[in-house]
Design a protein around this ligand. Structure first.
Ligand code: ZN
Length: 255
């Protein structure tokens, strides 16, 4: 066993995948944010055929969609093994979400948190739709695994990101498609500091730097100022979360 393999077997982030690279195909829900970029790298490390899916639903900030392409190109340039595994990108137009939602991400409204702790950026059931569309593409493409960056730790207010929701959805999708697809959420129990740490374990400091510079989280679409933790306005909930995660990652305070 090489030193690299030894290190990986000790990692706490790979426990739900058997050792080595699976020859089964994988589809990653990839938006260009920190979480989905980390998931894409994780998938490229574990599956020998990886495709990506993105959703354009009239977000206020097209900047995230541009970032997802730039970040992918950086992975291709810097990780030859991953470049060989990375396949097609599927971009779906979900403008219909704009019709069924009334929220800050799709309208020019300030991000705020309701009495129930759920931010008004919440599009009800959005992730149920994303996974269902992803499953349809995965079925067509013969990809058995679907990876999403949902997590309970940072956004416990989103009921469609919860572990039980995803597990129930996996059952429903498999019954509805008569397949055995596997929905993976490798970030489910990680905070943002641990997500940075996972990126380091998967692709080293090189990957951390790519995600720091190329991924986008800011709700306001701000990409003029490069902070220690990446680009963003520094004040919106997404920037505050990302900045705090980066600081804890730097201090080794992992949750
Ligand atoms: Zn921001």
């Amino acid at each position: 066993m090489t030193e690299n393999q030894t290190k990986k077997s000790e990692s706490s982030f790979t426990s739900d995948i058997r050792q080595g690279v699976s020859n089964e195909g994988c589809l990653v829900l990839y938006s260009g944010g920190q979480d989905s970029a980390t998931c894409l790298a994780w998938a490229l490390e574990h599956f020998d055929r990886v495709e990506t899916i993105g959703f354009d639903y009239g977000q206020r900030h097209k900047v995230e969609l541009e970032c997802r392409e730039n970040l992918k190109q950086k992975l291709i340039q810097n990780f030859p093994d991953w470049a060989a595994r990375l396949g097609e990108d599927h971009m779906l137009d979900l403008a219909v979400l704009h019709q069924v939602s009334d929220c800050a991400l799709t309208r020019e409204t300030e991000i705020a948190f309701g009495k129930d702790g759920i931010p008004n950026s919440f599009v009800p059931g959005r992730n149920l739709l994303f996974f269902t569309f992803a499953a349809t593409i995965a079925y067509r493409r013969g990809l058995r695994h679907i990876v999403g960056g949902m997590c309970e730790t940072d956004y416990s207010g989103y009921p469609d990101c919860r572990d039980d929701t995803i597990k129930a959805l996996q059952v429903a999708i498999n019954l509805g498609l008569e397949r055995r697809l596997v929905l993976h959420t490798p970030l489910m129990w990680l905070d943002k500091a641990s997500t940075w740490q996972m990126a380091e374990e998967v692709g080293g400091k090189e990957l951390v730097e790519i995600i720091r510079q190329e991924s986008h989280s800011c709700y306001l679409g701000e990409r003029k100022i490069l902070h220690d933790w990446g680009y963003g306005c520094g004040h919106c909930p997404a920037c505050e979360l990302r900045a705090a995660g980066w600081e804890n990652y730097q201090k080794g305070l992992l949750g």
